[in-house]
Design a binder for this molecule. Structure first.
Ligand SMILES: Nc1ncnc2c1ncn2[C@@H]1O[C@H](COP(=O)(O)OP(=O)(O)OP(=O)(O)O)[C@@H](O)[C@H]1O
Ligand SMILES: Nc1nc2c(c(=O)[nH]1)N=C(CO)CN2
Length: 164
């Protein structure tokens, strides 16, 4: 049995449709889906706003590499073209954590190294699991509290949008 936290992001085309495509792709393993958030872009800031959300998925048959393969297959289905690091995309599915697994393989870094600094991941994750902790880093609520106000203020709940 493995349980993973996946982060979803889209800032091109019909953003909600792409996030829903990911949810449908994980329908058999879905434990919980977060609310949808509209977020200002970090990294490359000169690009459209993102929709971001987090899923918790669980399966007896899928290990961490299996979750990565599944994530990448869904990105492909979303006609994702990889052009620019941190640039616009129809669908980004990152594996944030898988249980307590640590990996320093460049194709699968676990926990995902961007997580502690990304309010766009921490806020939706906390909405699903207020007790969440990031292996090696501690409570997700503490990580979020350590970020600048401006990062938290860039993440806006979209109560009018749902993932299913
Ligand atoms: N935990 C992980 N989840 C998803 N992809 C990962 C992970 N760790 C390493 N990778 C690798 O990252 C590459 C994908 O990078 P991608 O283009 O999605 O980066 P990005 O989304 O622009 O940046 P970031 O990874 O910082 O969010 C793939 O080669 C993938 O194997
Ligand atoms: N707000 C926001 N900004 C981003 C995001 C994202 O998911 N949300 N993903 C990026 C590349 O992984 C780059 N910048």
């Amino acid at each position: 049995m493995s349980r993973a936290v996946l982060s979803l992001g889209s800032n091109l085309g019909d953003r909600l449709r792409y996030l829903r495509l990911a949810v449908e792709g994980f329908a058999d393993e879905l434990v919980a889906a977060s609310p949808v958030y509209e977020t200002a872009p970090w990294g490359v800031t000169d690009q459209p706003d993102f929709l971001n959300a987090v899923l918790i998925v669980e399966s007896p048959d899928v290990d961490e590499w299996g979750w990565l393969r599944r994530a990448q297959a869904l990105e492909q289905q979303a006609e994702r073209i990889r052009e620019q690091r941190w640039g616009p995309r129809t669908l980004d599915v990152d594996v944030v954590v898988v249980d307590e697994v640590r990996s320093d393989h460049p194709d699968l870094l676990l926990p995902h190294p961007g997580t502690p600094a990304r309010a766009t991941v921490l806020i939706p994750w906390l909405a699903l699991d207020p007790e969440a902790h990031l292996p090696g880093h501690g409570p997700v609520s503490d990580l979020l509290a350590a970020l600048p106000d401006s990062d938290r203020n860039d993440v806006h709940l979209r109560e009018d949008l749902t993932l299913h």
